[in-house]
Ligand binder design. Structure first.
Ligand SMILES: Cc1cc2nc3c(=O)[nH]c(=O)nc-3n(C[C@H](O)[C@H](O)[C@H](O)COP(=O)(O)OP(=O)(O)OC[C@H]3O[C@@H](n4cnc5c(N)ncnc54)[C@H](O)[C@@H]3O)c2cc1C
Length: 310
């Protein structure tokens, strides 16, 4: 079987749990999993050494990894990653990187994989309305959707090899605009509560945040909410032109359920919809539907959760 190389997924400068999921996926695709950790400070790679089912960890150390530059990252990673099946996360940045790596190596790229069975990969197409099955032979780059594969455990003990690398940075970062929200990112969350235009004002998103805090959830939004209110950042947008999410539980509040929104969340395990319009399309896709205004429904949900946790 072919060797596999996982490119560690980072979140706030640390290796995220998605990396453990990528290792599980990689071990379904081939053998001898190597993790490559893009880093400016190689100590962050120690966490990768603890992931089970890994034969080698390479801390690819370079200042280019201080900020994302697609071409430079691909060049720096390409020079240290061995040949084989490369596995990345399917976040916006990592899909970009996956395509760059594939182009550099002249191998195929398969994006947003949601199932792997004996060399056959499944990926959603047409905004999730159809699933395509792809069979791969030889080396390729595969991006894998978060929350699909069970994360490999942290009971390994693999040494970390630090390799200095570099790439040609083609863009200059002039200013870093601070993220509007330091909350959990929707693409990695197991539970998401999203608000739409039906929330009325951006200030009403605090009601969603209150419930999110009780559930350990991320807060998402529809495009109408993001486009209408400056206070709701694009990073929260779920859908065709936002983020694709795959949580266990997705709670849609005041969201009509347009096809472009569904494209980003229809693969959620359980969908709960709260909408005052019984004919809202979201109810056709919801496992549980509550026909009510959020003003009525959310306080009940909030106090029920408080009782459960008491
Ligand atoms: C090319 C393209 C790409 C797009 N990409 C995306 C995307 O990535 N993500 C996305 O979300 N959209 C996307 N859209 C926009 C999409 O078509 C819809 O316009 C958008 O999803 C609607 O958002 P919404 O459901 O919040 O708003 P609306 O359609 O205005 O729905 C608001 C809902 O709230 C309900 N409501 C109102 N008041 C209350 C209340 N008090 N309590 C409970 N319910 C209430 C209403 O009954 C209604 O169903 C895209 C569109 C295009 C053309």
């Amino acid at each position: 079987m072919t060797e596999t190389i996982v490119i560690a997924e980072l979140s706030k400068g640390e290796i995220s749990i998605t990396t453990n999921e990528l290792v599980s996926a990689a071990n379904l695709l081939g053998t001898n999993c190597t993790i490559v950790v893009p880093c400016a400070d190689s100590t962050i790679a120690d966490k990768a050494g603890k992931i089970s089912g890994v034969s080698k960890v390479i801390a690819a150390k370079s200042t280019v990894f201080s900020n994302y530059d697609a071409a430079a990252w691909a060049e720096a990673i390409d020079s240290v990653a061995p040949a084989g099946i490369v596995v990345t996360a399917a976040s916006a940045q990592s899909k970009d990187l996956a395509a760059r790596l594939a182009a550099r190596r002249s191998i195929s790229v398969i994006q947003d994989v949601i199932a792997i069975e004996g060399g056959n990969l499944s990926t959603p197409i047409y905004s999730g309305k159809a699933i395509q099955n792809v069979s791969v032979s030889g080396n390729s780059v595969i991006s894998v959707r978060a929350n699909v594969f069970a994360p490999a455990e942290d009971s390994g003990n693999c040494e970390v090899q630090v390799i200095d690398t570099t790439g040609n940075v083609t863009t200059a970062l002039k200013e870093m605009v601070q993220r509007a929200s330091e909350r959990l990112d929707v693409s990695e969350a197991n539970i998401i509560i999203s608000g739409g235009r039906g929330m009325g004002t951006p200030a009403n998103f605090t009601h969603l945040e209150e419930i999110a805090d009780k559930l350990g959830a991320a807060v998402g939004a529809s495009r109408a909410a993001v486009d209408t209110w400056d206070e709701i950042p694009h990073s929260m947008q779920v859908g065709q032109t936002g983020k694709t999410v795959n949580p266990n539980l997705y709670i849609a509040v005041g969201i009509s359920g347009a096809i472009q929104h569904l494209a980003g969340m229809r693969s959620s395990k359980y969908i709960v919809a709260i909408n005052k319009d019984a004919d809202a399309p979201i109810f056709q896709h919801a496992d549980y539907g509550i026909v009510a205004t959020w003003e009525d429904a959310l306080p009940v949900l909030s106090s029920s959760l408080a009782n459960l946790m008491a």
